[in-house]
Design a protein around this ligand. Sequence first.
Ligand code: NDP
Length: 450
Amino acid sequence: MEDIRLKDLSLDSILELIKFRNPEQKEFHQAVHEVMETIVPFIKDHKKYQNTGLIERLIEPERSVLFRVPWEDDNGNYRVNRGFRVQFNSALGPYKGGLRFHPSVNLGIVKFLAFEQTFKNSLTGLPLGGGKGGSDFNPRGKSDAEIMRYSQSFMNELHRYVSNVTDVPAGDIGVGEREVGYMFGQYKRLTAEFTGVITGKGLAYGGSKVRTQSTGYGLLYFVNAMLRNRDESIEGKKVVISGSGNVAQFACEKAIDLGAKVVAMSDSNGAIYDKDGIDEEKLEYIKHLKNVKRGRIKEYAEKYNCEYKEINPWNVDCDVALPCAAENEITEKEAKQLVNNNVICVAEGANMPCTVKAIKILQESGVIYAPGKASNAGGVAVSGLEMTQNANRLSWSFNTVDERLINIMQRIHKKCVKYGTNGNQINYLKGANIAGFIKVADAMIAQGNV
Ligand code: NDP
């Protein structure tokens, strides 16, 4: 049998290698495809990135940990789920990336998220490596006591692999302030240390102001920068948002704040369409409905007497579309619907919500498209600021953190423009991939073959 190695510097050979090594991990293949399609031509033009095993090292995680998570449900049944932590790349700093609790979680999904996270964290300009983790545990319908026992059991194992200087997890789908609190408490108990081992903590015990809002707010700061670059503004634009969780809620809040009209939101069962627009009061209802009552978005339609359909929210007339729910929610079909409905901007709040084919359709139709690694980087950026505050035993004001977030998102936008401009068009995907890559690659080369 031949040695397992990259045959040549081409996208096909890279995809062949990762498919051979990681069969079944289709989301990971997709993420590598999306990044390498723009990186390979750049490497071909820049000799210093060739012949260093750089690509092979970039697509192989430094470490993947899989573990058993035993727990007991409220009926006294012994249950078992699977936990994951992928520490992908530490060239720029300690691994950093969230934990996802959702039944769809598997090694391929965690690897795709950790791979993307490496480039995203690089774009923020902060000293953060890339990692991600989670579990196939389904929090839906579980009692608070079950969530606490599960989060504690998860940390009983995870604590061996994380610390404030090696790997600092955060939240993601299914993991919010409640779960972060239970995990932080258990880490503290196991290690007898009060350190910033996890971000997204409550404000009373080391959390940062703006962390809850950061991904959604950052998304809108980025969208505003994209529109301003075309001498337009978000003010008065009709916006459609998928999801109604953390990212979606605060994307909606900032969109309203900046004078846009948000007409649709969704959850995994369906979407509401409110032609009058979701205002602050209606948004407060959604926050209560989803965060406290843990209800369904359908109840919004019943309360405010608007349209509800058991489909995704993309087939409506809009200027700006913000996918903030899950991966691959915009395929070719939805991309065509958006183009037919005259969308001008699609920016990802979620991670990889658009398929490779959907991105091509949007770009070829002249829609300005922002990949999540640029447009949703506000979350990890404020997590990085939480780490700085914890290390210095400080707590910055809301305005201080918000201003830093605005600056970071504007700097990311500038980097995308710098590396993605082609004539009078900006390819944000290319710009984000290349800008993220350069910093990681330079650090890897400087640190030798590790
Ligand atoms: P939440 O758990 O708070 O909310 C997720 C939302 O997406 C819910 O409304 C959920 O609906 C919906 N959803 C989940 N799966 C699907 C699906 N398969 N189809 C349709 N809707 C679905 O998660 P977040 O808001 O934190 O995360 C959303 C996305 O943003 C993810 O891709 C995440 O990786 C990404 N992200 C999050 C960051 C953060 O700071 N939280 C940072 C950067 C990216 P339901 O209530 O029915 O489950």
